[in-house]
Design a protein around this ligand. Structure first.
Ligand code: THG
Length: 262
């Protein structure tokens, strides 16, 4: 499982404040804390309070790159913010994200090509959030077709089924899991899949258990990547153990320690 740490997000009060005060040390600590526990990449999101996200994302990326060379997922709904980040990102970036809307695809797919970035495609459109698996697949197929026509390698595309909170959309969970499985049959080579895991437990009481149960189940449906809180140790252990069960790494008695030392 490719793990993208979610904690550099202005939605969190401490990060929102650090962005406002340009507190570089706080951002760098948050980056290193996540890398130390095994994050493969870091999501970077200025949050809703940023007055100048085009500037702030560049500042965040430059600050993070002083302490780690992990790839960064540039998380914004605004293409101008994403391009500002792409200009300064050193490792191969991940664009987070495009929707299935043509006006978004026409900007972001060429940007992914220009900067040799990976691309996350949300199965959502201006018509709203899909209500079942088939609507997700229809939007996914439109994204894949656009990338394919534009010559973006489909292995560099991560499809996101849009995870809803279980307390508001309980009947959607099975639809999301089935969509993850069926994304793979849209094309050969197959696109990859990704979820924003913490969405599933927003507003719920026992968040950590819901998160790791959903992650484990999604892994069984073939999930490739997740944006999550890597400081949740039991969650990371579940992710590593899911990889073991899915035959993605070789068993040894110390497989958890081996992962931590990687
Ligand atoms: N897909 C993609 N990208 C995404 C998401 C997704 N990026 C953003 C988000 N969803 C993933 N990241 C988070 C980060 C935090 C939380 C949820 C998802 C979260 N935050 C606390 C809350 O809302 O309760 C905030 C707590 C606080 O304020 O301290 O749960 O789906 N591609």
């Amino acid at each position: 499982m490719f793990i993208i740490g979610e904690l550099i997000n202005g939605m969190y009060k401490n990060i929102g404040r650090a962005i406002k005060d340009k507190d570089k040390a706080a951002i760098q600590k948050c980056a290193l804390d996540q890398v130390k526990v095994g994050a493969d990449a870091l999501d970077v999101n200025c949050g809703p309070a940023s007055r100048d996200p085009v500037f702030d994302i560049r500042w965040l990326i430059e600050s993070i790159q002083e302490v780690t060379d992990k790839p960064l997922a540039l998380d914004s709904s605004k293409p101008a913010v994403i391009e500002s980040g792409l200009k300064v990102a050193k490792a191969r970036a991940i664009i987070n994200s495009t929707t299935a809307d043509l006006e978004k695809l026409e900007i972001l797919v060429p940007l992914a090509k220009k900067y040799n970035a990976k691309l996350i495609g949300l199965t959502i459109s201006s018509k709203g959030i899909p209500q079942n698996k088939d609507q997700r697949l229809e939007l996914a197929a439109a994204i894949v077709a656009n990338c394919s026509d534009a010559g973006l390698p489909i292995e560099d595309l991560y499809l996101d089924p849009i995870v809803m909170p279980v307390n508001v959309a309980q009947a959607q969970m099975c639809e999301i899991l089935e969509a993850i499985r069926e994304f793979k049959i849209i094309s050969d080579p197959a696109p990859k899949s990704i979820i924003g895991l913490s969405n599933v437990s927003q507003g719920a009481c026992v968040r950590s258990l819901i998160n790791r149960t959903f992650l484990t189940m999604a892994a069984a449906f073939g999930l490739d990547a997740a944006i999550l809180d890597p400081l949740d140790k039991e969650l990371m252990d579940a992710a590593v153990t899911s990889d073991l069960i899915m035959n993605k790494n070789i068993y040894c008695d110390s497989y958890l320690d081996a992962y931590r030392k990687k």
